[in-house]
Design a protein around this ligand. Structure first.
Ligand code: PMP
Length: 423
């Protein structure tokens, strides 16, 4: 049986069938930045605003009860989706960035002292780097970075050597948004726990693409974003173990996060309200239900197989192009995306031509991984990232675009290209 999902599911995504580019069918290969949404999610957003909307946890009137109920149902659905035992271990934030900053500020500033170490990696997104730089500067803790191997995998020998009883937290991505590398999270967590360190997993690039089970991982903190998994922008999730979240002070202060306020102080609310100050992203959070329902109806394993087939095909074809360097490891160590760089063509120029002449949307730049690009001797790269609606024909459009751009910039730059075979 084909690893590919049926093409018919593309009909669920209005924007894929819209006339975005005057005559070109849209080839959307920028899913690692943000995905598109199916009709089911868009309809749910419209339905809530049309029929059920009011602020949550505020009033006893009917609409407030309805939106509160749906908001809390979404929290339960998210908890089940990631294997969390309790829904109050799921905090709605504004995104992965918001989730990581919450832990850095609340847990970090409370628990880190001079001499303590935070261990992160050279492949982190800026949002799992800068908050730790900030908290290190504030607390006197030291930030260390696990290097990568020549082929773009985490250097697990170096990781083992860097771990010590000084390590208080390991902050690591489950999938690199630039290299596509899938990191061995279960192993990382087991080794970190063995020295008494906690682990925060930046799961922005893995939750949308593969089954997540925080209980099986024994994960301490997990951060991800709705907009990378068919959900709305403006909502993210922080999962944290109950005992850890309970012991942490509130991050933002304001309405909803209190039990009682006096002029001279306050007592914080219980979880999860303690970390949801102010009016939360009500409708985006509710619409996460529809996104999760959609992903589960298609099946995370089926989505993963589909993307793997696309990655295998893209990798195989791209690796035959002279003057093009693929970043990161072989297909079996990666998922959902392929980044590459040209010797003689700047990523931005390339992406512009791809968009204007071929209708192919890719990401060009440093993808918020500037230190990693610097390490690889690059200032920018081009990234093609896939999701459940992408097709092998779209990889072909990308390849045609690359051939055309190379012909523009270096007329004889292209090596043989094997007989095209779809995965
Ligand atoms: N971490 C990783 C690995 C990411 O890919 C991204 C988004 N590019 C983020 C964090 C930040 O996510 P957000 O912008 O939704 O906060």
């Amino acid at each position: 049986a084909s690893a590919l999902l049926p093409e018919s599911l593309r009909a669920d995504f209005p924007i894929l069938n819209d006339d975005v580019l005057d005559g070109h069918p849209l080839v959307f290969l920028d899913n690692a930045a943000s995905t598109q949404r199916p009709r089911q999610v868009i309809d749910m957003i419209a339905r809530v605003y049309e029929h059920d909307y009011a602020n949550v946890h505020r009033g006893i009137h009917t609409l407030s009860e309805r939106s509160t109920e749906q908001y809390e149902e979404a929290r339960e659905k998210v908890a089940r989706f990631i294997g969390a035992a309790n829904s109050h271990e799921v905090i709605f934030t504004q995104g992965t960035t918001g989730s990581i900053n919450l832990v850095a500020r609340s847990w970090g500033e409370t628990n880190l002292r001079p001499g303590d170490e935070i261990l992160t990696t050279v492949m982190e997104h800026h949002s799992n780097l800068v908050p730790w730089q900030q908290v290190a500067a504030k607390t006197g803790a030291t930030l260390k970075h696990v290097p990568i191997t020549e082929d773009g995998r985490l250097d697990m020998d170096a990781f083992a050597k860097l771990l010590s009883d000084r390590t208080k937290l390991v902050a690591v991505t489950s999938v690199s948004n630039t290299l596509g590398t899938v990191n061995p999270i279960a192993e990382i967590i087991a080794q970190a726990h063995a020295v008494g360190a906690l682990v925060l997993v930046d799961a922005a690039q893995s939750v949308p693409h593969m089954v997540t089970d925080v209980a099986a991982w024994d994960c301490d903190f997990l951060a991800f974003s709705g907009h990378k998994m068919l959900g709305p922008s403006g909502v993210g999730i922080l999962y944290g173990k109950e005992a850890l979240l309970d012991a942490m002070p509130p991050f933002l202060g304001g309405g909803s996060m209190i039990n009682e306020v006096r002029l001279d102080g306050f007592t914080p609310a219980e979880l999860p309200a303690k970390f949801e100050a102010g009016t939360p992203p009500i409708v985006p959070a509710i619409a996460m239900s529809a996104a999760i329902d959609y992903l589960q109806a298609v099946g995370l394993d089926a989505i993963h197989r589909h993307e793997q087939a696309l990655v295998d095909y893209a990798y195989e074809q791209l690796s035959q192009i002279e003057g093009l360097r693929i970043l990161g490891p072989a297909p079996e160590f990666r998922t959902s995306l392929v980044s590459f760089a040209f010797e003689k063509i700047h990523a931005h120029e390339f992406a512009q031509v791809l968009n204007d002449r071929f209708g192919v949307a890719v990401r060009a730049g440093h993808h918020c991984t500037q230190p990693l690009h610097r390490l690889l001797g690059l200032s920018a790269s081009t990234r093609a990232s896939f999701y459940l609606y992408n097709r092998p024909e779209e990889v072909d459009r990308l390849l045609e675009g690359i051939a055309a751009v190379q012909a523009m910039f270096a007329p004889r730059g292209r090596k043989r290209r094997s007989q095209q075979q779809y995965p």
